[in-house]
Design a protein. Sequence first.
Length: 102
Amino acid sequence: MNTTGKIVLGIIVVLLIAGGAYYWYSMTQKPTGSTPMTASSNSSSTPMATGSAADAANPLPGGTSNSDAALSKDTAAIDAQLNGLSSDSANVTSSVNQPAAQ
C-alpha cells in the first residue's frame, strides 16, 4: 500500500473513532432544559384545576368531582348520550335502506 492510501485509511479510522466517541458521549448525557415526565413529577408540578373554570371545560354534569353522586350523574349522562346515538344510528340505517327516489 502506498503512502497516500495509508494516510486516507488513517483519516477514515480516526474519523470513525471520533464519530463513535461522539455518539457514545451524546447518548450518556441527559437532555438539558427538559425533564422526563413521570407520574410523580407530573402530579406535583401540575395541580388539578378546581372550581368553575374546570367545571366549564368538562361537559359532564358531575364536573371534575369524583364523588359517588357525581360519578352517578356522569354515567347517567353518558347512558343518555349512548341511547341518543343508538337512535341516530337506527335512523341512518333506515334511511340508507329506503329505496331511491325515482
